[in-house]
Write a protein that binds this ligand. Sequence first.
Ligand code: ADP
Ligand code: MG
Length: 556
Amino acid sequence: MRMKGADIIANSVKSLNVDVVFGIVGIPVIEIAESLQSLGVRFIGFRNEQAASYAASAYGFLTGRPGICLVVGGPGVLHAMAGVGNASANGWPLLLLAGSSESHQRNKGAFQELDQISLLAPHTKLATRPSSCYDVSQCIERAYRAAHYGRPGPTYVDLPADLIQGDAKDAVEFLHQPHLPSRNPAHPSRIEQVARLLRNAKAPLIVIGKGAAYAQAEVAMREFIERTNIPFLPTPMGKGVIADSHPSNTASARSTALKQADVVIVFGARLNWILHYGEPPRWARNPTIVQVDIAAEELGQNGGSSEYALQGDAGMVAKQLTASLGGWTYNTSSSYIQDLKASKEKNANAAAAKMQSDALPMSYQRVYAEISRAIKDMDVVFVSEGANTMDVARSAFNVELPRHRLDAGTHATMGVGMGYAIAAAIAYPGKKIIAIEGDSAFGFSAMELETAARNKLPMVVFVMNNNGVYHGLDEADYLNRTGPLPCTALSYETRYDLIAQGCGAKGFVVRTPEELQRATRDALQNDGPSLVNVLMDPGSKTKLEFGWLSSTKAKL
Ligand code: ADP
Ligand code: MG
């Protein structure tokens, strides 16, 4: 029986148990998407490949299986490169499929011609192309497996137009979804050594990263923390592996914890800028930092100890350590715990004062306090991007469930928010997505509101509108200005809510806490997407600063 190339590709994808593909169609991949749909695979068509590729990679992180993105060649691939780089930086599994020009026209200046394999090879774990209709399935399975196994990351399969439009005269075999990656424990003798180290620690600390979230290690992690009573610190996307409301959470005393900890176990997080390299000045001079990672090449990096590092799956290692420690519990009457408590209290009081402020225009803290009130006890997923918008939001909302918070991530990528919100809505049917977006960050992919509206996705997008990047100008500054606008400026009070309405979403514009509260409650009632345009303090008088980076600058 003859089978068309596009159908072979679609069946190869479907055989991997894929139920959703993100992308944008065009010649020559439209027939692949049509075929996928006819097989019952959901196709989410975006407005820019960047957002589609971000969405597919976030879907991979949330579900623990590679997200699939389908785009056209040339410019389509160039746009999707943004998501490939972002997935690589975050260690998220992504399989990119793209059309390419016809094989016999290669190097002739063909339609959307680009040497995509060469472009993608350095940025992916595997970039490959089937040689005929008969090895399409093998090729796609191999790329899927490569994205999934080991440290997850992006892979690429190139699909020439002649292959998509060609056909196979003989029967084609389809490979099924490979087994889930094996979850390996660490070497038992190393576990014993680390357990001994922990028993003798004066100020132990557990760091929970997004690798632990991806590993779905929540049950083992919680048991480990509850048995040992060691304080834990989540990274931005490690939040929720253990509920933020857990008494051992020491996120609000982060600086003190980093400064004092003498034995640190880091589960699934690199010692990169997010963790200040595990080095002074943010960390103490000589803590023993034990990394738990599936990627052997990560061990011993920066401040990490290569002597004590544990190569293994986060959940497996947490279980091993719990068992090895027997019933041992950290004695929490230490001065370290007292200092953490004092620091938590001080920070909580400072935050509470800002949250209650009635000053207009509203501050980030007041806005987030209102949103928190409106979503209390609701099952929500948080997405956040921006500079201050994201920075303040990180600590303003409690994340109670694993893989329920996405942000700009390892690359601090702006423009990911809408793609991530769409991915979250698809990964978690029935949950509300709360996207807290800086006005600049939102602008990168605002048009994806139409994607969300078309797919009736339940999300509320809050645009923190301060008229600029980092900060903006107030009305008087715009009116009285004679020279050029500062490079950070955006237009005054842009009506993002009207863009939402034009895209088929609900749009609200608010200036006061009362208006915000009312709009949020209305928006949460809506089955599809809504946008709340929050006109807030432009902060034009404040100094430019990004707290996370400020104190790791090299002292010259
Ligand atoms: P964060 O942004 O939270 O600091 P990173 O992305 O820097 O986290 O680090 C995540 C780490 O988790 C990566 O080094 C990756 O290799 C690792 N990882 C991925 N899956 C697992 C797993 N199953 N068990 C342990 N570590 C994992
Ligand atoms: Mg802004």
